[in-house]
Design a protein around this ligand. Structure first.
Ligand code: CA
Length: 293
C-alpha cells in the first residue's frame, strides 16, 4: 500500500474544518469551519484566506455559477453574495427538526446539490439526504440517516457513492444523471473499526475513492470494485474530515481536519489540528461542479 505525508498549507486553527471544494475558475478553495460558523475562501498561491460569518453552524459550501456560494447550515440552505457579504435564506427542509443541521454536501455532475443532515444527538435514523435541483426544488432522496457525510459520483455518472458515518460503510447507488434519482443501494466498502470512522470522500480520475478518517490520522484510497485498501495519506492530526482535488493541474489533494473531539493533551501534541493540508498523490481528480441555479 502506497503511503505519503501531507503538508500544512494554512494554519487556520479551525474547530471543525470541513468541506474543501476547488473552484477552477478562480483557483480558490472554499471550505467551512462548522462550529465557528464560517465560510472561507483560500487562495493557496498567496495564503490569503477570506471568511464570512453566517451566524449558525454551516456544514457545507459550494460555488455557484455566478461566483457566489450556496451553503447548508443549521437553518437550511442559504446563498452568500461574496461581493457584498449579503446572506439570503433559500429553503429549509428540516425547519421542524431543530436537533439536526446540514452536514456534507456537493453538486452532482449537472449542478444539483446533494446535501445531507446530521443529528446533533446522533439519534439513529433521524437525518436524511436531500437533492436540491437548480431551481431549489427539494426532494428527500434517502431517509434513515444518522450522520450524512462523504458523497461523490463515478466518472461515468452512473454510480453515486455515499457515507453515513456510523455505518462504517461506503455505499453505492445507481445514479440517473438525467433525473438525479438514486436507487439500488448496496455496500461496496466496509471500513474496519481500527482505521477510524469514514467521513468526507472524493474520487480520482482512476475511479478510486479517497475516504477521510475521523480518528484515523489520514485519508485512505480504496478500489470500490474490489473493496481493497490501496493507499493512505498520513496527517499529523487525528480527526481528518474531508478532501477534494484541486490546484492548477488538479493533481493536489486538499484535506481538512478538526480540533474538536481532541483532549487538551492531544491538542498539545497536534499543533496543526484544524489546519488545511495538501498532498500530491500521483493522480488527479476534478474541480467542484458549480451549483447551476
Ligand atoms: Ca463531514
Amino acid at each position: 500500500m502506497q503511503e505519503i505525508d501531507a503538508r500544512c498549507i494554512f494554519d487556520g486553527k479551525a474547530t471543525l474544518g470541513e468541506g474543501p471544494a476547488w473552484i477552477a475558475e478562480s483557483q480558490r478553495l472554499i471550505w467551512v469551519d462548522i462550529e465557528r460558523h464560517l465560510i472561507n475562501r483560500l487562495d493557496p498561491a498567496t495564503g490569503k484566506n477570506e471568511s464570512w460569518a453566517v451566524g449558525c453552524d454551516v456544514g457545507f459550501a459550494v460555488p455557484d455559477t455566478s461566483g457566489n456560494i450556496v451553503a447548508g447550515t443549521r437553518d437550511g440552505i442559504i446563498r452568500l453574495n461574496t461581493e457584498t457579504g449579503e446572506i439570503t435564506s433559500v429553503v429549509d427542509p428540516e425547519s421542524d427538526i431543530p436537533t439536526n443541521r446540514f452536514n456534507d454536501g456537493k453538486c452532482d455532475p449537472r449542478g444539483r446539490i446533494f446535501g445531507g443532515s446530521i443529528s446533533y444527538e446522533r439519534i439513529v435514523g433521524d437525518a436524511s439526504l436531500y437533492r436540491f435541483d437548480t431551481d431549489f426544488q427539494v426532494e428527500k432522496v434517502q431517509d434513515g440517516i444518522t450522520n450524512s457525510n462523504g458523497l461523490t459520483w463515478s466518472l461515468d455518472e452512473k454510480t453515486f457513492y455515499y457515507i453515513d458515518t456510523p455505518t462504517r460503510k461506503v455505499d453505492a447507488f445507481d445514479y440517473d444523471v438525467e433525473t438525479g434519482a438514486i436507487s439500488n443501494r448496496r455496500t461496496v466498502i466496509n471500513v474496519p473499526e481500527d482505521l477510524g470512522k469514514p467521513d468526507g470522500m472524493t474520487i480520482d480520475n482512476e475511479g478510486m475513492l479517497w475516504v477521510c478518517l475521523w480518528g484515523g490520522w489520514g485519508v485512505t484510497r480504496w478500489n470500490p470494485e474490489t473493496a481493497e485498501l490501496i493507499g493512505k495519506i498520513n496527517l499529523p492530526c487525528k480527526n481528518v474530515t474531508s478532501c477534494c482535488f484541486g490546484g492548477p493541474n488538479l493533481d493536489q489533494l486538499f484535506i481538512s481536519c478538526a480540533r474538536t473531539g481532541l483532549t487538551a493533551e492531544e491538542l498539545a501534541n497536534q499543533p496543526q489540528a484544524g489546519s488545511l493540508f495538501v498532498a500530491e498523490p500521483g493522480v488527479s481528480g476534478q474541480a467542484a461542479v458549480a451549483f447551476g441555479g
